[in-house]
Design a binder for this molecule. Structure first.
Ligand code: 5GP
Length: 178
């Protein structure tokens, strides 16, 4: 892995693909135990979580469903602080065991604005699973139930995460160079 340039920014290697896959396998094993017999509903937040949710879903050997919603708050390398719903939830979560899948929890604003909508529908349970967690960036409190990798407060891309639309196809995770 070597440094890459996307548009005006330089990124350096940060998390290897093998580490990401290993952490996802570990999470899959935990979820297989925690949700055995509960037929959970996974709600993956697009765009960033598409790769994580796909790889995680393949690790499940229990009955489970998945659906996708699209929320966005980022422009370039900064959160705009304003969350919009571009594709909404088209499935009834009442009485379901729900797990929301995020690529990364940063300020917490996205989940903070979305979770009350889910709570209103009275799911049987509601948990959050994220590939990456940036606790030092948090401005809105969010309880994360399953977190694969905790990272410092620096912009990252790759493995589904983008910089201005680019970099989602990169297999590893890169970090913005100083
Ligand atoms: P939050 O609402 O927690 O601040 O941010 C959630 C969303 O912002 C994530 O789902 C992700 O799409 C985007 N985001 C937050 N931090 C990063 C980052 O370091 N890199 C990239 N590419 N996106 C991020």
């Amino acid at each position: 892995m070597s440094a890459i340039k996307l548009k005006d920014k330089q990124f350096v290697p940060f998390i290897a693909e093998s580490t990401i896959i290993h952490k996802i396998q570990e999470l899959g094993a935990v979820l297989n135990k925690d949700y055995d017999g509960k037929c959970p509903l996974f709600i993956a937040i697009l765009n960033g979580a598409f790769m994580f949710s796909s790889d995680l879903f393949k690790e499940l050997n229990i009955e489970a469903e998945i659906c996708f919603i699209k929320l966005a708050s980022y422009k370039g390398t900064q959160s705009t602080g304003h969350v919009i719903t571009a594709i909404g939830l088209d499935i009834d979560v009442t009485g379901r065991h729900v797990i929301v899948l995020e690529d990364i929890v940063d300020t917490g604003k996205t989940l903070h604005s979305f979770l009350p909508q889910l709570h209103n529908q009275q799911p049987a349970s509601l948990k959050i699973a994220t590939l990456l967690n940036k606790p030092d960036a948090r401005t809105h409190p969010v309880q994360i139930d399953y977190s694969c990798i905790t990272i410092p407060n620096k912009f990252v891309l790759g493995y589904g995460l983008d910089y201005d639309g680019l970099g989602r196809n990169i297999r590893e995770i890169y970090q913005l160079s100083e």
